[in-house]
Design a protein around this ligand. Structure first.
Ligand code: MRU
Length: 369
């Protein structure tokens, strides 16, 4: 997407052909800082500290992390150690495991002397595929927004509510939940986005608001608890969110608070859509009980970070010094509350049958004796 007139992705190989560059998302929206990742440790730290975040981008960053690891030591042992290190950075987004498995396969097919080159090529392919997938999600999802506008008699604007950041910053480019928004906006459909601030890391307030603003999409930041009220007031036409892991049965893990929005949407007969690239589907699990829910440092709840008007980064405490805090980073929205899944292959019901219609190669063959 364009930032101040310049086309940018969130991650790309540096001009030296060896290292990788990223947008440091911990500094947005106040500063557009580019950071260089030179080592496997740099890549692991960038994912764990959320300099890069969002399920598809975590996958791409892990893929580039494996290339950096192969440059340091391409031996089988070192590659396995690198995989374990990257896999341990964040537990919920299944794209991480998917990308690491892809990289291990690509590396196992070539001798040690060619592993860095092979890893660089495969990581680039994973990044490019993410862009193409999200572009297709945008095309399919925009149809839903255009349909909502038609239902409103092409009057006013389509009101979309989104949670967290599932825009281009959460992917390599385009985004998942926001790809349909960008596509519809580019086609001239009048659209406005309600942006949940998304405590405690505030991905909505800092990242979604920033990228929508850069692209010129009208939006309003709201506190996390406002969505239900807006829905009751008839101010939301549809919700679109992303996901970090969708089970084979269509249950959806996403940023904490997504479930409450889905409940409010159901109570108000508002469609609740989830946009996802296929590497976010965990075909190995049917039940959401098996999804590991990340628990992050309680300090993200007890403290909040911001920037003074003079541009100084400050952290302040919100809670009493001795009150314990818990930081659950994701929740699960059961498939029954999801109106449809938007994938690169089209739109389907949130169910195993729905997913298998779009991805028939995943049907398990029943072998008869
Ligand atoms: O903790 P984060 O910022 O990595 O969480 C991101 C989300 O929950 C997104 O909604 C999800 O990864 C989908 S991104 C296209």
């Amino acid at each position: 997407m364009n930032v101040r007139g310049r086309a940018m992705r969130t991650i790309w190989p540096a001009a030296d052909g060896r290292t990788v560059e990223i947008i440091d998302q911990t500094r947005l929206p106040h500063e557009l800082a580019i950071v260089e990742l030179e080592t496997l440790d740099d890549a692991a730290r960038a994912i764990a500290t959320m300099q890069v975040r969002g399920a598809p981008l975590i996958g791409a960053a892990a893929a580039y992390g494996m290339a950096l690891a192969a440059a340091e030591d391409p031996s089988d042992n070192a590659i396995e150690t690198a995989m374990s290190k990257l896999a341990a950075t964040r537990p919920t987004a299944v794209n991480l495991r998917w990308a690491l498995t892809e990289m291990r396969r690509a590396l196992s097919e070539v001798p040690e002397s060619r592993r860095f080159a092979a890893a660089t090529v495969r990581a680039g392919e994973i990044a490019d595929a993410d862009v193409a997938i999200n572009h297709a999600i945008g095309e399919h999802g925009a149809g839903l927004i255009i349909e909502a506008w038609r239902c409103k008699g092409r009057a006013g604007r389509v009101e979309v509510l989104t949670h967290c950041n599932a825009g281009w910053l959460a992917t390599v480019d385009w985004g998942t939940a926001l790809a349909p928004v960008y596509r519809a906006h580019n086609e001239g459909i009048p659209i406005h986005v309600w942006v949940d601030e998304t405590r405690p890391r505030n991905q909505g307030a800092s990242l979604t608001a920033w990228e929508l603003g850069e692209h010129g999409v009208p939006h309003t930041v709201i506190v996390d608890n406002a969505g239900g009220h807006l829905m009751r007031e008839g101010l939301v036409d549809l919700c679109i969110v992303g996901t970090d892991r969708t089970t084979a049965g269509g249950d959806v893990a996403n940023k904490i608070g997504t479930y409450l929005k889905a409940l409010a949407a159901r109570d108000n007969d508002i469609p609740f859509y989830v946009a996802l690239p296929s590497p976010t589907i965990d075909w190995e699990i049917e039940s959401s009980a098996a999804i590991p829910i990340e628990r992050r440092d309680a300090g993200e709840v007890t403290h909040i970070e911001g920037w003074t008007e003079e541009g100084r980064r400050v952290t302040v405490r919100l809670t009493p010094a001795h009150s314990p805090a818990a930081n659950y980073a994701f929740d699960v929205t059961p498939a029954r509350l999801v109106s449809a899944l938007i994938t690169e292959r089209g739109i389907c019901p949130a169910s195993s049958e729905g997913l298998l219609e779009l991805f028939p190669e995943r049907r398990r063959r029943v072998v008869r004796e």
